[in-house]
Design a protein around this ligand. Sequence first.
Ligand code: CA
Length: 292
Amino acid sequence: MYQLSKDQVIYAMDPTNPPALTVAPNSRIEFETCDALSGQITSETDQFDALDWNRINPATGPVYVNGAEPGDILSVKIEQIEIADVGITITGKNMGVLGHLFEDTFIKVLPIQQDEAIFSEHIRLPLNKMIGVMGTAPKDTAISCGVPDLHGGNMDCKEIREGATILLPVNVPGGLLALGDLHAVMADGEICVSGLEVAGTVTVTVDVIKGKTLPLPMILTDTHVMALASHEDLDVAVDTAVANMAAYLCEEHGFSKSEAAMLLSLAGDVRICQVVDPKKTIRVELCRRYIA
Ligand code: CA
């Protein structure tokens, strides 16, 4: 198995990034990841104002996959997510949906014990370990790791979890896959800008799919197929994710447009991934039994 350390990070998905690792298709890779603040906050008394903003949203990588050519699809199967035993969450002035309520910044450090995060004496949250940032290099521009778009990036989608396969576009030779920003716990919306941010280790199997056109990014789980879209305007993100899923049903499964629309109206859940990043992310989930 290949390994990448958390020292090999990027802060933008960039076609000019040199590969940190080169692998063959169908390789297993272990990515060690920093938390979204590069570990700069470790206690509730740390000074948020002292943060080095050049070290926010690191992603480990990038990985060059031999044989991956523009137009191919990178398939990333998440085998395992291991996390540290403590996570942090932050909110404050102008941060997220409720940022107007605050004048200060608030940091909460949550111990993680026995598959639960300890929020308070009476509130223990079951873990839903997920990967906030996963993407490939865009074709001819750099995109900050804090921004989600067609290449993936900071989608902050809680379905990017163990067992899921993420399908991403290959825009440049090798694809240049990078990932990071693990969350131990996060709800749809991520309303205060942070999940339970945590360092950890992710094991994936990366493969290349050739000769196929899909509306990317997509997620495949044992039970569902999902189309994702990100945009500054949540309405546009909804429309795009729905249109992507409809196109997938028509092109891959032979539905007419009207049948696809009606099936999605009856069985396609439109869900919010996050509403706090520079672009907001929507996913449409459809149970695989309808297209098996
Ligand atoms: Ca994030």
